[in-house]
Design a binder for this molecule. Structure first.
Ligand code: IPT
Length: 997
């Protein structure tokens, strides 16, 4: 995309995860430590398979890093890498070695979560589909299951193991064994223990943990059942639930319970709600989930977690992505896995990301938070709304260095105890610090207002009359008090500390809600000089008794102050929560810098007097940078820009914005009927016989009526559509055909007898009527059934649901006599010729087998049409080429929108292929997704793109009203990358064609 790409790619931030040296990872009850130094782990969950554009992995990682995340949590999806036993693919879109290297380069620690079982709304919860044929229980030490699991771990641990921080290989700092085992039944305990032992044998020596599926079980604690080799205890928590149109769940305290389970480990949330998934047929999409799990909740949650001592947190999801192809599970996921997450499916930054930034920056800037312990909170006085709950933590570690009074840094958190209370309360409270001595304060404390405590150092804060701290509805606040940074002393602030850094001078940034007042008190040896460098002035009060400088202001327009006294100088930036979205703290190597203005500042590098920045803009606008004083050359995305210094000493410049792309229209399609399998005379002699009479997995049959095993997985067809043809000669006229299909949620099956369409059905059993004369006694008959597999179920409850099976369970045709079945699925079965797109890309539609989804497929004999409506039930393909001209040096999110006015009445579904890549599935009669994000790796940004639609209609005259490409937004910037290299028709099927087949 942009020319700056290579420099970004070459960049390696200096941090312990990539300096090539071995590091020690230890922990205590307070936090994790790297080489003895405390680390609050602030991590975002990212699923590489949901962004099948490896170049853009860097985009997401840079967005995380710039937003204050210091870690990324990665599930590894076994089934995505393994299409058949013993075979593993880690190339191209599956190159996890490259992913781990990128995380190192971008300065992110990694929490590795390779399963074997991961859940994750992934097909079969991450297990490879061939495991459905196993007889024993999944997620137990059943020998066949365990052997497969251990093989996967061995293979994936070889890659993860190379990237461990402990031997200098990389930035992996923790490792999750399995995922949310349902209970501590002996068979589950035995299993988890076996996995741990083998993981150790594979040389994984970073802390091991398992994620308990809530905060109320205490399963798999270190040293307990199922935890004998685990180091950390972690749990998952989704306080709001997943019904994005329902009522929000409530926040509660958990610290003492968690410490009861595991007293010697940090409070660690392995998955904390960052959004919610969306399911087939719901009346909401991810947009609703972004509103449900909104900014207010995200802040409340972060504040509540700080109050409960959480020093390891991972947000699930931070970037959700796309269930492209057949990667999703049917129960909980349609194509979009946007999740309402802070970074949207099309990689846009949403306002929620700025909330995570507030807390990422805060914890990074105020290090004592990592060692703070729960203490009695101040007594709150609240007026005007519901009660307010205060919690307080105190860090006594290095108190002498880190606090004003020598007693230690305090973190005071405020929220309504009922986290769904929408009233606005005004809060004041006395703040008791050991210094200054109480006696010295009595003269200067505020008047006789309520909420005073004359025995406290500060009888009432805020001290400013007629002001208070607002808790507006579902808001929550975090106040830092008694905190020293460098030579500076922060007595307290009712604003939130956004960050403090040395960016060519010490800088403290404070944020708050626009329109709300803030009060900040700093301690000086003697009265300092305060200069307002820009913005509105603040009220400055000098308290000579306490030697306190008090600043009072209202958050809104940004202000910059310079405070100088006693040989030290501090720049104070008073900003607001809205502006946090466009404020970026970056590690520039020699120094940190602070960038204000752009949509995104990704990277910064200082060399001599030159500062190179990369980032994105959504529109032209101002850039302001706090950087070392010697910087006089500024570049943005590789181009020099004119910059000057403003009154505050910051570099200022103007950044250009993007060009708006024009999306090409689609005016016609080439179309062909594409289901010859339904016809009586179709030659299926080359198909596999489905004639097995036993299956290890009893859920796979044999069918009671058919007497044979029909499950697709038993014949090596694991994804998408599968055709069946059953031949028989009826003794009497067939009047009904009873079909039991296993499609998964929202799937379907279409049934033909002797070429006559009998009807369609969903998952389960349906009896189809046979019209007179369709199958006559003594005459050979053929049943044709097309079954769509919506993915394999998860196994969340460890009850074997994932082994339900797919395709046909059974078919009963009274009077049919023996039916001889043949089955046809994806070309190559578990060995697809297209190893680039891989097993998840295709099912067994005729058009897929013939390469109709691929660029360059011969469609010249196909008819040209404008209509996408069906002419009869069955499968029809539509192809078109469209020329994109996306602006260079930009990142445009392109979507494909399907319009239909039938109010979900018309029964049809569309499989969408873009340049051969299976982009997603539209199901008109189920919904709700209408617009599909096209992963940028699928697209040719400048040039011809092939769009192919496979429309399976259950009725005549149904189909989309229109299909169009839509511009979902453009930024100038982005990281480099383009289309994934992938074979077209000629490469994959050209040879076959020339052999005349
Ligand atoms: C938790 C799973 O661990 C995770 O893989 C994912 O499925 C997530 O849920 C939901 O998106 S399970 C939790 C809801 C108890």
């Amino acid at each position: 995309m942009t020319q700056n790409a290579d420099s970004a790619a070459a960049r390696s931030l200096a941090f312990p995860g990539n300096d090539g040296k071995p590091h020690r990872v230890t922990w205590d009850d307070k936090s994790l430590k790297i080489d003895g130094e405390r680390l609050t782990v602030w991590s975002g969950e990212f699923h590489y398979w949901r962004l099948p554009s490896p170049d853009q992995w860097r985009d997401v990682l840079q967005k995380l890093k710039a937003s204050g995340f210091n870690a990324v949590s990665l599930y590894f999806f076994w089934g995505y890498h393994s299409s058949k036993p013993g075979s593993y693919d880690f190339s191209g879109i599956r190159d996890i070695d490259r992913l781990l290297t990128m995380a190192e380069e971008e300065g992110l620690y990694v929490i590795a979560r390779p399963g074997p079982y991961i859940n994750a709304e992934a097909s079969m919860g991450g297990l490879p589909a061939y495991m459905t044929t196993h007889g024993g229980e999944e997620r137990t030490a059943d020998p066949q299951n365990l052997a497969a699991d251990l093989e996967w771990l061995k293979v994936v641990n070889r890659i993860i193991g190379k990237h461990q921080i402990t031997d200098g290989g990389g930035s992996v700092i923790a490792y999750q064994v399995e995922n949310e085992q349902i209970d501590n039944a002996p068979k589950h305990v035995e299993y988890i223990e076996k996995l741990q032992a083998v993981v150790e044998e594979h040389g994984i020596d970073v802390p091991l943990f398992h994620n308990d599926w809530g905060d109320g079980h205490g399963y798999n604690v270190p040293g307990g059942p199922g935890g004998s080799r685990l180091d950390l205890y972690a749990f998952d928590t989704y306080p709001l639930g997943f019904d994005c149109k329902g009522a929000r769940g409530k926040l509660s305290d958990f610290e003492s319970r968690i410490r009861g389970y595991s007293p010697k480990t940090p409070v660690f949330i392995a998955e904390g709600q960052g959004g919610a998934f969306t399911s087939w047929g719901r009346d909401f999409q991810s947009g609703e989930c972004a509103k449900f799990v909104d900014e207010a909740f995200t802040r409340q949650f972060a504040v509540n977690n700080l109050a409960n001592g959480v020093t390891m947190f991972n947000s699930y999801m931070e970037y959700g992505g796309t269930n492209w192809g057949w990667t999703g599970d049917p129960g909980s996921g349609f194509t979009s896995y946007d999740y309402g997450a802070p970074i949207s499916e099309d990689r846009r930054i949403t306002p929620k990301l700025a909330v995570h930034k507030e807390f990422g920056y805060l914890q990074n800037a105020v290090k004592p938070i990592a060692s703070a312990q729960n203490v009695t909170p101040p007594t709150i006085t609240s007026t005007g709304g519901g009660p307010v709950k205060a919690q307080q933590r105190l860090s006594t570690e290095n108190a002498e260095d880190t606090s004003v009074s020598g007693n230690g840094m305090r973190l005071i958190t405020l929220r309504h105890p009922d986290s769904n209370d929408t009233s606005t309360s005004q809060v004041t409270f006395p703040l008791d610090l050991a210094d200054p001595p109480k006696a010295a304060t009595s003269a200067s404390a505020g008047g006789n207002e309520s909420g005073e405590d004359k025995n406290s150092a500060y009888r009432r804060i805020p001290q400013q009359k007629n002001t208070a701290i607002s808790i507006a509805g579902r808001d929550a606040k975090t106040l830092v008090a008694d905190y020293a940074f460098g030579p500076h002393r922060l007595v307290y602030s009712t604003s939130q500390v956004l960050t403090q850094l040395d960016a060519g001078g010490d800088l403290l940034a404070l944020d708050g809600t626009k329109g709300e007042t803030g009060e900040t008190v700093l301690r000086f040896a003697s009265k300092p000089k305060v200069t307002t460098l820009d913005g509105a002035p603040v009220d400055v009060t000098w308290d000579a008794d306490r030697k306190d400088l008090r600043l009072n202001y209202t958050h809104g327009d940004a202000r910059t102050l310079r405070i100088a006294g006693g040989g030290k100088e501090l720049t104070v930036l008073i900003t607001d929560r809205d502006a946090v979205a466009t404020t970026w703290q970056l590690d520039a190597g020699r120094s940190d810098i602070l960038v204000l203005g752009p949509e995104l500042a990704r990277t910064a590098r200082l060399s001599g007097a030159q500062l190179d920045l990369t980032g994105d803009t959504r529109k032209p606008g101002p850039l302001r940078v706090f950087a070392p004083k010697n910087v006089d050359v500024l570049t943005w995305n590789g181009r020099r820009i004119d910059a000057s210094r403003d009154d505050t000493g910051a570099l200022v410049a103007t950044l250009p914005g993007p060009q708006k792309p024009t999306m090409p229209g689609i005016d016609s399609w080439r179309t062909a009927d594409s289901d010859p399998e339904h016809a009586a005379g179709f030659d299926d002699s080359g198909w596999k016989k489905a004639d097995r009479t036993t299956a290890d997995n009893p859920k796979h049959g044999p069918g009671e009526a058919s007497g044979v095993v029909l499950d697709t997985d038993e014949y090596g067809f694991h994804e998408g559509d599968t055709w069946y043809r059953g031949h028989y000669t009826p003794a009497e006229a067939s009047t009904t055909v009873k079909v039991s299909a296993k499609t998964g949620t929202a799937g379907h099956a279409l049934v033909w007898l002797n070429g006559r369409y009998l009807g369609a059905q969903g998952d389960g059993t349906t009896t189809h009527k046979v019209p007179d004369g369709v199958a006559e006694p003594g005459k050979p008959a053929v049943l044709a059934v097309l079954v769509r597999n919506m993915g394999h179920y998860e196994d969340w409850s460890s009850d074997g649901r994932s082994k339900t099976g797919r395709g046909l369970a059974d078919v009963a045709v009274p009077g049919s006599g023996k039916v001889r079945w043949r089955i046809q699925g994806a070309a190559g079965g578990p060995e697809p010729a297209d190893t680039v797109r891989g097993i998840c890309n295709n099912g067994g539609l005729y058009g897929e087998r013939k390469g109709g989804h691929l660029p360059g497929a011969p469609d010249s004999s196909w008819r040209t049409t404008q209509s996408l409506k069906s002419e009869r039930p069955g499968v029809r393909w539509f192809r078109t080429e469209t020329e994109l001209r996306l602006p260079e040096g930009s990142d445009t999110a392109v979507g494909l929108r399907i319009a239909d006015n039938s109010a979900r009445a018309d029964k049809y579904r569309v499989q969408i292929f873009v340049n051969g890549w299976n982009t997603g599935q539209y199901v008109n009669n189920v919904g709700p997704q209408q617009e599909f994000v096209i992963p940028s790796g699928f697209l040719k940004e400048r040039g011809k793109n092939t769009i192919a639609l496979a429309i399976t209609a259950e009725q005549t005259g149904v189909g989309p009203d229109s299909v169009e490409l839509v511009d979902r937004g453009t930024v100038l910037g982005g990281v480099s990358g383009g289309q994934n290299e992938s074979p077209g028709y000629r490469e994959l099927l050209g040879a076959e064609r020339s052999r005349g087949q």
